[in-house]
Unconditional design. Structure first.
Length: 258
C-alpha cells in the first residue's frame, strides 16, 4: 500500500512517486530554521508553517516530482539530504540543471504560475523534506515581503544561470563546457590559496549530464586536465589545483561575452 493511503490527515496530498510520509517526524519549527527562505521569520510564523507542512522521509534514488505532471503545486523544503533537479531529452539523454542541498527549497515555479512541473526531482541522499501546499505558500508570499523578495531573487538567479548555460551549450565545445562546469563547482566548494576541493569527487556521468555530453568524453577531458596539473585526485575527492588557470581557460573561450 502507498505510504499516503489510509492516513486521514493527508488525504488531500498527492501520491508523490517514491515518497512516503513519516508521521513520527516532528513538525518542528526548529527544522524550518534550517531553510534559508525562512531566515529571520518570527517564531509564531515558523510554528504555523511547521503545522501547515506535510513531512516526508525519502530514501536515496527516489523520484519526488516528474516533469510535466500537473500536481497540486506544493513547494518543498529540504531539511536534510540532497536532491537533483533534472530532465530527459527526447533522445533519452539526461540533462541536469542543478543539485539542491539541505536548507534550499524547490517547486516554487509551479506553485506561482499553477502550471505543471518544469523538471524532475530525485533524491541523491536519504532526505527529510517538508511540503507546503500552494495556497499556504502564496499566502506566505503576500504576508511576508521578505520571503517574497527572496523568492524573486532566487528565480532571477535561476534565469541568469540558465541563460549562461544556453550560451555555453550554443557556443562552447565539450572541453570548454567541462572547464566552465568545474570552475562553477570549484567556486561553490570554496577557493583557498588558488585551490578548491570537490568532495566527493563528481561522478563522470553526473558531469556529462550537466554539460550535455557522454561519460566517455568527460573521462578523456578530465585525464587531460589531470596531466596538465589543473586537477589532482585526493582520496575520494577531486582537487582543482590551479583555479586561476581554470578561470583563464574559461574566460579565454567565453571572451567574457556571456
Amino acid at each position: 500500500m502507498n505510504g499516503f493511503e489510509g492516513h486521514p490527515s493527508i488525504m488531500r496530498a498527492p501520491l508523490f512517486i517514491g515518497m512516503a510520509l513519516t508521521p513520527d517526524i516532528p513538525r518542528s519549527s526548529l527544522a524550518l530554521r534550517r531553510i534559508a527562505l525562512f531566515e529571520g521569520l518570527p517564531d509564531q510564523r515558523l510554528d504555523l508553517l511547521a503545522q501547515q507542512c506535510l513531512w516526508h522521509s525519502v530514501e536515496a534514488g527516489k523520484p519526488l516530482l516528474l516533469r510535466a505532471e500537473q500536481q497540486q503545486g506544493e513547494v518543498f523544503l529540504l531539511v536534510s539530504g540532497r536532491v537533483r533537479v533534472t530532465t530527459y531529452a527526447a533522445n533519452g539523454r539526461q540533462v541536469t540543471f542543478r543539485d539542491s542541498e539541505a536548507g534550499e527549497h524547490f517547486g516554487d515555479i509551479a506553485a506561482i504560475d499553477g502550471g505543471p512541473r518544469s523538471a524532475d526531482v530525485v533524491t541523491l541522499l536519504p532526505s527529510v523534506l517538508a511540503s507546503l501546499d500552494r495556497a499556504a505558500f502564496l499566502s506566505l508570499l503576500r504576508e511576508e515581503p521578505l520571503v517574497a523578495e527572496r523568492v524573486m531573487q532566487r528565480l532571477a538567479s535561476l534565469v541568469r544561470q540558465l541563460s549562461e548555460r544556453v550560451i555555453d551549450l550554443s557556443t562552447l565545445g565539450v572541453q570548454n563546457r567541462l572547464h566552465a562546469e568545474l570552475l562553477r563547482l570549484a567556486r561553490a566548494a570554496g577557493v583557498a590559496h588558488n585551490q578548491a576541493r570537490l568532495e566527493p569527487a563528481p561522478r563522470h556521468a553526473a558531469l556529462a549530464s550537466q554539460i550535455s555530453t557522454n561519460r566517455e568524453q568527460v573521462t578523456r577531458e578530465l585525464n587531460v586536465l589531470a596531466r596538465s596539473g589543473v586537477l589532482q585526485k585526493d582520496g575520494k575527492a577531486l582537487r582543482v589545483a590551479d583555479v586561476a588557470r581554470l578561470e583563464a581557460m574559461v574566460s579565454q573561450v567565453r571572451g567574457d561575452a556571456g
